[in-house]
Design a binder for this molecule. Structure first.
Ligand code: KG4
Ligand code: ZN
Length: 354
């Protein structure tokens, strides 16, 4: 196999990221600049600030990648960039940067759907064959997909309101924790010692559990969190209550994901005509080790192989974009420099038919 290198660029939210990945799954260089300092005081990502920060950081991030890889930029065989979905200002920065490089170097440009890149990441780190069931849990999306090929993904269910990452972030904010809230809640929950008391004291809902299908709804859980938090005296965050609430929140989420997953496995089986034996969990929330560990036990019992990327490849990164580029290139697909940034780009649809 001839070695092919792809530079992947990601700028759809608050990470300015780039990576160089080979077609034999070698992550040769990998840089992520997290814009936390720009957004932390706002309690969330401010699109305009994010776009400006991407403009500032994109060149140094890409240049450091090339230097770390110890290659000449001309050795790159193609340039891939997120073209959607995401915050349009940021997407434009990475996409235009990638197109300019492609034009200057006379190399192919590959337009990447950010969600597809998350979904294909398990194939970068493991040998996972199509088809597989994928649970995508990120800051903007929560859905189950039957992944039939790099270009053919069928959505089986999704959230009707908040995305799971959003539910983590908003609940954390209510608890007085900084952004992004997911990792903060995980840290706090790990400090909970009396888990039985935690579950008794904070009886949170498992939305849509025991109903048909594999849709989600997290707004009720957020409201239940608010009610508990508002019932506390000021400063509760320093006390045992906070870690117990965080623990119960994670258990409620994991139970819900598991309940929905059981139905999704059957739905996938109906579509493929065979037992689903491969499950991947991807996206920022998949970095949560409590969720990953609980799913490990469940899938072991069920005889299912579980694939969860390492945390650094769950949250937004350039390697997943470069790898999604490799998957498209292997199918002989590249894109024109006219490709438009696509802020809404559901999986299973082309950018033009969205
Ligand atoms: O995939 P991602 O980096 O960006 C999007 O495409 O949205 O996901 C970001 C989301 C945030 O909501 C963040 O709080 C959540 O992933 N997240 C976590 C953890 N690490 C990141 N949620 C729960 N536990 C974590 N350890
Ligand atoms: Zn993402």
């Amino acid at each position: 196999m001839q070695k092919q290198l792809i530079l992947g660029i990601e700028t759809s939210c608050d990470e300015t990221a780039a990576a160089i990945v080979s077609n034999d799954k070698d992550i040769i260089a990998h840089q992520v600049y997290t814009q936390l300092e720009y957004h932390i005081h706002h309690g969330g990502v401010v699109p305009e600030i994010a776009a400006r920060a991407h403009v500032e950081k994109i060149s140094p991030v890409v240049e450091t990648c090339i230097k770390d890889a110890d290659i000449d930029i001309k050795d790159i065989d193609a340039i891939a960039a997120t073209c959607g979905p995401g915050l349009i200002g940021g997407v434009m920065v990475g996409m235009v940067y990638a197109k300019s490089l492609a034009a200057t170097l006379n190399k192919p440009f590959i337009a990447i759907n950010h969600l597809a890149a998350h979904v294909l990441t398990p194939r970068l780190i493991s040998h996972i064959e199509f088809p597989y069931l994928c649970l995508l849990v990120s800051g903007g999306h929560t859905q189950f997909l039957l992944v039939k090929s790099a270009e053919d993904m069928k959505m089986l269910g999704q959230t009707r309101d908040d995305a799971l990452g959003e539910c983590f972030d908003k609940s954390a904010k209510m608890m007085g924790l900084p952004y992004p809230g997911g990792p903060e809640i995980e840290k706090l929950a790990s400090k909970c010692v009396d888990i039985e008391t935690a579950l008794e004291k904070f009886d949170l809902p498992r939305p849509l559990s025991k109903t048909e299908g594999c849709n989600f709804s997290f707004s009720g859980l957020k409201t239940a969190m608010r009610q508990y938090i508002e019932g506390f005296p000021e400063g509760f965050i320093l006390k045992e209550n906070a870690s117990q609430l965080a623990y119960s929140f994670q258990v409620s989420i994991t139970d819900t994901l598991m309940d929905r997953c059981k139905n999704a496995l059957l739905m996938a089986q109906d579509l493929t005509g065979e037992k689903t034996t491969r499950l991947a969990i991807v996206g920022g929330v998949a970095a949560n080790q409590f969720i990953a560990e609980t799913f490990k036990e469940f899938t072991k019992e069920q005889g299912i192989d579980l694939y969860v990327p390492p945390p650094v490849l769950c949250t937004d990164n350039g390697a997943m974009i470069a790898w999604a580029g490799q998957e498209k290139l292997a199918l002989g697909i590249t894109d024109s420099l006219d490709f438009k940034a696509t802020p809404r780009w559901p999986l299973g649809k082309t950018a033009d038919s969205r």
